[in-house]
Design a protein. Structure first.
Length: 168
């Protein structure tokens, strides 16, 4: 009798694991595609102030493939444009660096949150880290909310909300 209960428990656990893997795979396939950034705001936790993270009209794309890889590039709407590569000053280079975000790696999506496991980044402090976003889907839009963290531009503890719209 005890053997039957143990076998039943093992069977139930195995079937549950199989369904969890299938659900995660389906969620990742549903996510696959290219998304354009619609907006990005952040709330500074100390003051409650809400700011446009990369200006009123940021430019950005995030891509997820069906094999679990992702890439993102976001730039501010007011990036400086140097006269030429050879005339770019160190200050202009620093301003260009501060007005962008870019990274790539692998991802896991469970339908409610996404983990970006970063293996390449514009900022080496992010390489090797995992960035977690809570996700809400509204039609073709993904609404990401970051967990509280120091903002990459100024180090202030913030929560950022990004709205992405699927384009492909």
């Amino acid at each position: 009798m005890m053997q039957k209960k143990v076998l039943w428990a093992v069977l139930v656990a195995t079937v549950s694991m199989i369904f969890a893997v299938i659900a995660a795979s389906a969620a990742e396939e549903d996510l696959a595609g290219t998304y354009r950034l619609v907006s990005s705001t952040r709330k500074i936790l100390d003051t409650g102030e809400v700011l446009d993270t990369y200006g009123k009209h940021p430019i950005g794309y995030i891509m997820y493939d069906e094999y679990g890889r992702m890439l993102v590039l976001i730039v501010s709407d007011d990036r400086p444009k140097p006269a030429s590569i050879e005339k770019t000053t160190p200050e202009q280079q620093a301003a260009l660096f501060r007005s962008m975000l870019a990274y790539g790696g692998t991802y896991k999506f469970d339908g409610k949150s996404i983990e970006h496991h970063i293996d390449i980044s514009w900022n080496e402090l992010w390489t090797g880290t995992t960035q977690i976003r809570d996700v809400r889907k509204e039609g073709e839009k993904l609404i990401y909310t970051t967990r509280p963290a120091p903002f990459s531009g100024d180090g202030k503890m913030s929560v950022t909300t990004l709205i992405w719209e699927k384009i492909k």
